[in-house]
Ligand binder design. Structure first.
Ligand code: ADP
Ligand code: ADP
Length: 236
């Protein structure tokens, strides 16, 4: 079954910008899907609709068979981890605390505020850090790490959520080429070995060819390509 599917999805912002126009697609488990398109083509909007950060103007989004609605958002979001271009870590806090944020989805808000993380949360967070190769950095302040390491912490935070899918919005746009290939390689590995679907927004055709199992090309809010990366032509 598709882990995420959309039906006739459109998004028009309050200022009138039509960011997406009738997108119907299905994201399959275990695949590394890249959403490829130029700046302004609607990639971020699509990803934010996938986890309910934006609401559709028309159409719907289903996650694991459940149509996203305001009342089930919290429940459904557990299944969806997020990775960001600028990592979105709290720099003054240590790495472990940043990864534990991924466990908040499983704790009541008050419980989280009162630091009621359980033994289990620490164990899962530690496993996630080990998965990204940063177990030894658990007690280091996040802002002491390199960009690539910070992004790996961001991935660990998403893993700690034990999601079915990880959405990565331009995950390597702030990283140098060597670090970028490490981060994309790690996401690919997680996809292959842990059975978690990965959807990444990218604007670079070369990385897309190298890592994607499937490419969804967006332009002006419409799907203009949906195929294997080997079918991408040089002009894209
Ligand atoms: P990107 O390269 O990721 O598209 P942008 O600089 O276009 O980055 O956008 C940065 C943020 O501002 C995003 O969260 C985006 O949704 C938001 N944004 C982009 N365009 C507008 C707009 N016209 N009005 C309000 N917010 C916008
Ligand atoms: P991409 O991620 O491909 O750069 P976006 O989804 O960020 O594309 O943006 C798609 C279009 O929607 C752009 O024209 C952008 O300026 C506009 N946009 C994005 N976010 C907002 C917003 N919050 N308000 C108004 N317009 C927005």
């Amino acid at each position: 079954m598709a882990i995420i599917s959309t039906s006739h999805l459109s998004k028009r912002y309050a200022n009138g910008t039509a960011a997406l126009n009738g997108v119907s697609l299905a994201i399959e488990a275990g695949q590394f899907t890249v959403i490829l398109g130029p700046s302004g083509s609607g990639k971020s909007t699509l990803l934010r609709l996938f986890n309910g950060l934006e609401t559709p103007t028309e159409g719907s989004v289903s996650v694991n068979g459940t149509v996203l609605q305001r009342r089930n958002l919290r429940q459904v979001r557990r299944e969806v981890g997020m990775v960001f271009q600028h990592f979105n870590l709290v720099g003054r806090l240590n790495v472990m605390t940043n990864v534990l944020v991924g466990r908040l989805a499983y704790r009541s808000w008050l419980g989280s505020m009162l630091h009621l993380f359980r033994e289990e949360d620490f164990r899962i967070a530690h496993e996630a850090l080990a998965r990204v190769g940063l177990a030894e950095k658990a007690w280091v302040r996040a802002d002491q790490l390199s960009g690539g390491q910070q992004q790996r912490v961001g991935i660990a935070r998403a893993l700690a959520q034990q999601p079915r899918v990880i959405l990565a919005d331009e995950p390597v746009a702030s990283l140098d080429p060597v670090t970028s290939t490490e981060v994309l390689g790690l996401l690919k590995q997680i996809c292959r070995e842990d059975g978690i679907a990965v959807v990444a927004n990218l604007h670079q055709p070369d990385y897309t060819r190298q890592y994607a199992d499937r490419v969804i090309g967006l332009n002006s809010g419409r799907v203009i390509f949906d195929d294997a990366p080997s079918q991408l032509t040089d002009s894209r």
